[in-house]
Write a protein that binds this ligand. Sequence first.
Ligand SMILES: [Fe+2]
Ligand SMILES: [Fe+2]
Length: 226
Amino acid sequence: MAQSPTDFYDSIIGLIESRRDTAEADVQSFFNRPMSEQELVEWLSFQAYYELRAAQFIGRWLADTPERDALVLLAQQVEDEAMHYEYCMRALDKRGVTSLDRWKPEPEWEEWIDGWYPSGIDTLERVAAHNVTGEVGACQAFYDIKPRIPDDVVKTLERIIPDELFHMKLGRQILEKYAVTDDQQERVRLRVVRTFELEEAGRVAFNRRMARLGLADIGDPTPPVI
Ligand SMILES: [Fe+2]
Ligand SMILES: [Fe+2]
């Protein structure tokens, strides 16, 4: 039998949190070293790419969003994500990086952000993956990274975080209203679990990239920054 909307949402959040706790057991003993300038540029570049892609794929969903409430909320989100991209690019500008043209994403990031997020067949699947799972992970990463970055980038994150909390709330609202049957709730669960796996692979890829660039030692436990 399908769960009540609030029980269902709480069970999904519980599922995400238990997965994250298990995954983070591996990185609990990290040391909080400040980010080097080059690592910061790498992280901002990743974040700018993620924000830009979010604005683009959510924008494409608007052509195919029959729910009137979801249409308005997602349209607002497109503007937010575009602004987040702009804020990250301004932080990069200050560090002499004016475009992402020469920056190439890792294959795991493309599978996760360019392939998986846009692939949901309806509003429910899309929001389950991106708003409910992805944005919770992104916000957690923002809180984790804050002690390691300079003040101007902390300010950037402080402008972004309230919007991401709104996007999570929007996800909750949509899930509670539209994930009401067994089939819908099962589809949401599958999207959540797969998103989590791809996000974890994305983090491993970030650490691998940092090691390749000589910015981290792959043998050291590294805090999750994405
Ligand atoms: Fe964002
Ligand atoms: Fe967002």
